[in-house]
Design a protein around this ligand. Structure first.
Ligand code: RTP
Ligand code: MG
Length: 154
């Protein structure tokens, strides 16, 4: 069996506000992902700015932070073989208008609002997935094995 991979997802405030979080989680599971952790939370400005730090300085950054702090979100850890790419494909293009034209059944086409308010987030690479899982669920990231007696068993 192919190896499971973990990725990190957010159901963003517009989709939660519209009452679509449960429906999106059902679609996630119907598409073969296991939701191995989930938490509903409200991001502070500081946490949102840190989470999206790679976009600091871009013109849309203040709009993105205002959006992400505008209401509760669901933070999720998803598992499936090739989960990172698979989840990005299920979400579809970043821009909801483009998503509706090109991939009308993707989650952003179905549940997003506009350019910025696009219903879901997904990690874009293994490094960002590990960082983002740790950011919300620090207990889920295994520490490297440093005890040689333990490490040598594997
Ligand atoms: P995400 O990180 O949330 O999964 O989205 P992404 O990789 O598809 O897109 P990214 O370039 O990382 O952008 C992060 C989020 O910023 C908002 N955004 N607004 N022109 C705009 O108004 C604009 N561009 C980006 C979106 O919420 C996007 O998901
Ligand atoms: Mg991104």
């Amino acid at each position: 069996m192919a190896e499971l991979e973990k990725t990190f997802a957010i159901i963003k405030p517009d989709a939660v506000r519209a009452g679509k979080a449960e429906e999106i989680m059902q679609l996630i599971e119907l598409n073969g992902f296991t939701i191995i952790a989930k938490q509903k939370l409200q991001l502070t400005k500081m946490r949102a700015e840190e989470f999206y730090g790679e976009h600091k300085g871009k013109d849309f950054f203040p709009r993105l932070v205002a959006y992400m702090t505008s209401g509760p979100v669901w933070a999720l850890v998803l598992a499936k073989p090739d989960a990172i790419k698979g989840w990005r494909a299920l979400m579809g293009p970043t821009n909801v208008l483009k998503a509706r034209e090109e991939q009308p059944k993707c989650l952003r086409a179905l549940y997003g609002t506009d350019n910025t308010q696009n219903a879901t987030h997904g990690s874009d690479a293994p490094g960002s997935a590990a960082r983002e899982i740790k950011f919300f669920f620090p207990h889920l990231v295994p520490e490297p094995v440093t005890d040689p007696a333990v490490a040598s068993q594997f």
